[in-house]
Design a protein around this ligand. Structure first.
Ligand SMILES: Nc1ncnc2c1ncn2[C@@H]1O[C@H](COP(=O)(O)OP(=O)(O)OP(=O)(O)O)[C@@H](O)[C@H]1O
Ligand SMILES: [Mg+2]
Length: 248
């Protein structure tokens, strides 16, 4: 099944043009084999989602890309460089930013301190004023402590601080989880603005109504591999299939 999916994908975008190219990726937590041959491509400037039920392997795919996993086999190429076998600390320095589901905000630090903590890895990152412009909710909150932020504000801060580093591929794990509709809408506005600025984004999302408003393509994962790829403009005619995949 993944082979058929990749053939379709390559035909759609031309082989070799991907910024991120994942092939037959297997991943393990200790003895537990959780990724079973993930293959996907992300082109420069795209917003791509990973959809799938709980436990499908979406987070593990992001962790495998970042090297935060015991053992990985297969191939993960970012701008031509092979990430399998690369030391974990080198991967962010290539320009890949990861915003994990748990956000990782330092509660004892202020908004400004959180924003400026991750090291700049490449030129071209956004400035702190530009980040405040992108997330107006954070504007004027620079000296507020991390714990005093709402869930939505913490999510904005978690995304914002990655943008300063110069990373040009951003991996976002369930940025809308548990947030109110009005905040989800604001995150959507920000993701669209980032796409317009040229960022490339991979987004894990349970809420595909939200995903449909921002993504170019959707990869569907089941049991540790990609089972389908649906271009956003073909979402409507694939809704029944998607409901079956996601069990909703
Ligand atoms: N630290 C871990 N140790 C062992 N197994 C794990 C670990 N983290 C996840 N798993 C297992 O790996 C599989 C994939 O989990 P993963 O978290 O990648 O799924 P997911 O698609 O992100 O799910 P969710 O929608 O619940 O976030 C699951 O079977 C899960 O139980
Ligand atoms: Mg997950």
């Amino acid at each position: 099944m993944p082979d058929a999916v990749m053939t379709k994908t390559n035909a759609a975008q031309g082989a070799g043009s991907a910024m991120l190219e994942v092939r037959d990726l297997h991943g393990f937590y200790g003895e537990s084999h959780v990724l079973h041959g993930v293959s996907l491509d992300v082109r420069q400037g795209e917003v791509v989602t990973l959809l799938g039920r709980n436990g499908a392997g979406k987070t593990s795919t992001m962790r495998a890309i970042m090297g935060i996993m015991g053992k990985r086999t297969g191939s993960i190429r970012f701008q031509g460089q092979q990430l399998i076998g690369m030391a974990q600390h080198k991967i962010p320095r290539l320009g890949i930013g990861y915003v994990p589901e748990e956000r990782g905000i330092f509660s004892s630090l202020s908004v400004d301190e959180n924003l400026t903590l991750p090291p700049v890895v490449k030129p071209g990152g956004m400035t702190v004023p530009q980040i405040y412009e992108l997330f107006p909710n954070l504007q004027g909150r620079g000296s507020t402590q991390g714990t005093r932020l709402s869930g939505g504000e913490q999510q904005m801060l978690a995304i914002g601080r990655i943008l300063r580093t110069g990373a040009n591929l951003i991996l976002l794990d369930e940025p809308t989880e548990g947030l109110a509709p009005v905040i989800i809408e604001q995150i959507g506005v920000a993701v669209r603005a980032l796409k317009a600025r040229g960022f490339t984004i991979v987004l894990v999302e349970q809420n595909f109504r939200f995903a449909a408003t921002i993504a170019d393509r959707h990869y569907v994962m089941e049991e540790g591999h990609v089972v389908d790829m649906i271009p956003n403009d073909q979402l409507a005619q694939n809704m029944d299939k998607l409901h079956t995949y996601l069990g909703v």
